[in-house]
Design a protein around this ligand. Structure first.
Ligand SMILES: [Zn+2]
Length: 507
């Protein structure tokens, strides 16, 4: 008596091709009619038929490799249950027969696949191709539904809500709702990124706060996710434009911040430096040869560690970090501004903020008008589309144009009407800091120190013969540069040709 094994797979919804009873009956009939004995069954439940690494399929393969000599048939309920991808399934079916001499039988379709019988091969192949075709149709329909949900209805269609949101409601009425606590962490991530905190540090601090997404790219993905700006990303679908569309959920990040972050992500990252609080200037301070100085500890006679800034070229710089820092603090002291100067800046700044406010007020009015115009255009475009006055391509093209314009205008309005009283406040409280830059620098965190150096010296701070040197320095902080030179702290020599010689510097 010939022997068969059976492979049965249920779809995601737990359905088999036809009712279980009916299938059992068909299978039993086939076995009886052909005088075949069933010796084992393998059942897969609810996994996709897309690939062959499903749990029970693997057991089936193991079984076949071990017992193929005693098996003549592999009985399946339907051929495409093997794999939704036709060529993959054909290869598989072919291999089973060629290698193991096992014939595949589809009982519900009444096909015995025999590679050596031309008609049977064609039928089986056709069956598999039809199944794949049907599958493609289904997925196009699904994608179309997703596209409409995203673009027209502004719905977030992914299964899991992004960190910072919860999902509320059922099925199509499901919406993203802000999770206030997580939202704070998301805002922290965006703010820190704009403040130049390195990603690894953002991740560590966010995790301390309760950020629970694992993976190296987790922070990066948060920074790139348009959902946080209230936008939904849709892929283009059958000629309709893809892109970002306004969602119905509440944004966590304002449009300006989001756009700034995207801009910043696009910029190529400078060489990575590992932050070390003992040597904050590592990678920022350069050797006179142009190489950024590296920093390293070395053990002194007492067994204590001392830090040094070194150039990779042996005879260049090798400076004690303590000495370099003390010297830099003295420079900070001399960069500090006298109170009279600060008061003058304060007055001038107030004036300029007032002017900006006035300008923004006018500008916001203009932008609001433009926004309204664009919204009206979009509305009338939709009307024309509904009345069939324009074709799909025209609709899609202009929809995308107006939509982008509307998103940009909303961002601009938000930015221009931002509350400036905060700027005023910062100005009032922080301007005095300019009178004591030593204290400012000393009390800063390492990242801020590095940012400070890059900003003040435009990333051009060098060291040679025990003296700091720079060709570029913030004008306002360079008022004491002659004194700095006299004391052997810093030589500020403006680069010839690049900048005009300062007539007051006496050089
Ligand atoms: Zn060097």
């Amino acid at each position: 008596m010939k022997k068969a094994i059976r492979y049965l797979r249920f779809s995601k919804q737990g359905q088999s091709v036809c009712s279980i009873e009916r299938q059992e009956m068909i299978t039993a009939n086939w076995l009886k009619f052909n005088e075949v004995e069933l010796i084992d069954s393998f059942v897969d439940e609810g996994k996709s038929a897309r690939t062959f690494d499903r749990p029970d399929f693997i057991k089936l393969k193991d079984f076949i490799t071990k017992h193929h000599k005693t098996v003549d048939y592999l009985v399946v309920d339907q051929l495409d249950r093997f794999s939704r991808v036709a060529d993959e399934a054909i290869t598989m079916v072919k291999r089973l027969q060629k290698t193991y001499g096992i014939q595949i039988v589809s009982v519900t379709e009444n096909i015995t696949f025999d590679y050596d019988t031309p008609g049977s091969y064609f039928r089986a192949g056709l069956q598999l191709l039809l199944a794949e075709e049907e599958n493609i149709n289904r997925s196009v329909k699904v994608r179309g539904g997703i596209y409409t949900a995203k673009t027209v209805k502004g719905r977030y269609t992914y299964k899991n809500p992004p960190f910072g949101y919860k999902k509320e409601g059922m099925e199509k009425a499901r919406v993203l709702v802000v999770d206030e606590y997580e939202a704070k962490i998301v805002r922290f991530i965006y703010d820190s990124f704009l403040r130049n905190m390195p990603i690894y540090l953002i991740r560590r601090k966010a995790e301390e706060l309760g950020f629970n997404i694992k993976g190296n790219m987790a922070i990066d993905r948060v920074l790139r996710n348009p959902a946080y700006a209230g936008l939904i990303k849709a892929n283009s679908h059958q000629g309709a434009p893809g892109g970002l569309f306004p969602g119905i959920h509440e944004p966590l990040i304002d449009m300006v911040t989001w756009q700034m972050v995207q801009e910043k992500i696009k910029r190529p990252e400078k060489t990575r430096t590992i932050i070390d609080n003992e040597i904050p200037l590592r990678g920022v301070l350069k050797c006179h040869c142009g190489t950024p100085l590296s920093g390293a500890p070395s053990r002194g006679k007492s067994g204590r560690y001392y830090h040094y800034y070194k150039c990779k070229h042996a005879k260049h710089n090798n400076i004690s970090a303590i000495k370099a820092h003390e010297q830099f603090l003295q420079i900070c002291e001399l960069m500090s501004l006298p109170m009279s100067r600060v008061n003058k800046i304060r007055a001038e700044s107030r004036e300029s903020i007032d002017r900006e406010l006035e300008f923004n007020r006018k500008n916001v009015g203009e932008k609001k008008k433009q926004l309204q115009e664009n919204e009206e255009k979009l509305f009338s475009l939709e009307e024309k589309w509904i009345k069939n006055e324009i074709n799909k391509d025209t609709y899609a093209r202009w929809h995308s144009i107006y939509n982008t314009e509307i998103i940009n205008l909303r961002g601009a309005i938000e930015r221009l009407s931002a509350n400036r009283s905060l700027a005023f406040e910062i100005l009032e409280t922080k301007l005095d800091l300019l009178t004591d830059l030593r204290q400012v620098y000393e009390s800063s965190e390492t990242i801020q120190k590095r940012e400070f150096v890059s900003l003040v010296f435009d990333s051009n701070l060098y060291y040679q013969n025990r003296i700091y040197r720079t060709p570029t320095m913030l004008n306002i902080l360079s008022h004491n540069h002659l004194k700095m030179k006299e004391k052997g702290l810093l030589i500020y020599e403006k680069k010839e040709g690049l900048l005009l010689k300062d007539p007051l510097s006496g050089e």
